[in-house]
Ligand binder design. Structure first.
Ligand SMILES: NC(=O)c1ccc[n+]([C@@H]2O[C@H](COP(=O)([O-])OP(=O)(O)OC[C@H]3O[C@@H](n4cnc5c(N)ncnc54)[C@H](O)[C@@H]3O)[C@@H](O)[C@H]2O)c1
Length: 312
């Protein structure tokens, strides 16, 4: 396949591009190196990709680039680019979320139609659910995001669906549940916890630590994207690890993976953080023939090894 990966220098985009290249696919990657976290981390994410003959990199903002020429050269667009993170999405910063998550997606979709793009895979998020009454959440649950970030991800997901219904764009949205593994974003909990643990520093847990999450290992997210690209399914699919644990239980697992206890300080609850996330992955299993292969401890060992080599 010839693929376009947006947000290719990010955590998920870079892994996806590496796997596509490994399979023998051609990849055009686009990224504007937003300053959400340091550029040098993103440069490192794509260091090995830049040496690949079948990989080409465009440093550009989706909102400021002629996308039609790029899109006319590919079979599938994996749209991973976004301004991530729940906590920063309040206040003045919201404008960046609107630009990167809503406007950029709308631009891509318009150009996808014009270029007759065969397939569009959108990186949606569990944050579109907000607080749900019945867990694990099914795709047809009422969507009620709790953060401005979640609202922008839902808006973009709705746009993807609109372009499918009105213009026949073959598209699918994958709702990722908290992704972890090597190259995880530095603002994410596991990254901060492992780094603090390895350095013997204290970690701050936001809220009681009793909030639960469904954690998904990066390789499982990548395999879901590839299956989604190769199918002609439309609509939204939960992509989650299939288990739910408290943050404190996750901390215990991290302690096992790094081989020493963490020093924990309980901090304030953060606005926009949902209490519980849990994915019902029946639909992805049945229709996409996808299922997660990595459990928490296997994935954490790989993340800890990567962090030892890369961050200390
Ligand atoms: N990491 C998770 O746990 C998680 C969970 C649910 C959904 N998601 C979604 O998965 C996708 C990837 O997340 P990630 O964790 O890899 O984030 P990331 O921040 O590591 O990667 C996103 C990349 O997109 C780029 N980007 C943003 N706006 C751009 C624009 N306008 N033009 C070009 N490039 C742009 C950024 O520079 C960054 O490198 C996002 O859409 C995110 O909302 C992630």
């Amino acid at each position: 396949m010839r693929a376009l990966v947006t947000g290719v220098a990010g955590f998920i985009g870079s892994h996806l591009a590496c796997e596509l290249i490994k399979r023998g696919d051609s990849v055009i990657g686009i990224d504007s190196f937003t300053d959400y976290y340091p550029r040098k981390i993103k440069e490192k994410n794509i260091e090995s990709l830049r040496e690949e003959k079948k990989f080409s990199f465009i440093q550009a903002d989706i909102l400021e680039t002629d996308l039609s020429e790029i899109l006319s050269r590919v079979d599938c667009c994996f749209h991973q680019a976004a301004q991530a993170g729940v906590r920063k999405s309040w206040g003045k910063e919201f404008e960046i979320y609107v630009k990167c998550n809503i406007l950029a997606t709308q631009r891509l979709l318009e150009e996808a139609i014009r270029s007759k793009l065969p397939r569009f895979v959108y990186a949606s998020s569990s944050s579109v659910y907000g607080t749900v009454e019945v867990l694990p959440a099914r795709e047809d649950t009422l969507l009620n995001p709790l953060s401005p970030y979640g609202t922008t991800k839902l808006c973009a997901e709705n746009l993807v669906s609109l372009y499918q219904q009105n213009y026949g764009l073959s598209s699918i949205s994958l709702r990722y549940f908290t992704v972890f593994g090597p190259r995880q974003r530095p603002d994410m909990a596991f990254h901060r916890f492992i780094k603090a643990g390895l350095k013997g520093e204290e970690i701050e847990i936001y809220g009681s630590g009793k909030q639960t999450r469904d954690f998904t290992f990066i390789s499982d997210i990548v395999s879901a994207n590839i299956l989604a690209a190769e199918s002609n399914l439309c609509g939204a699919f939960n992509i989650g690890g299939g288990y739910r644990i408290t943050l404190l239980e996750a901390v215990r697992e991290i302690e096992k993976a790094i081989g020493k206890p963490l020093k924990i300080e309980i901090g304030a609850e953060q606005k926009g953080d949902v209490q519980d996330t849990s994915a019902d992955i029946t639909k992805a299993k049945k229709e996409l023939f996808w299922s997660p292969k990595y459990d928490l401890s296997a994935g954490l060992s790989l993340q800890v090894e990567w962090m030892k080599d890369n961050l200390l």
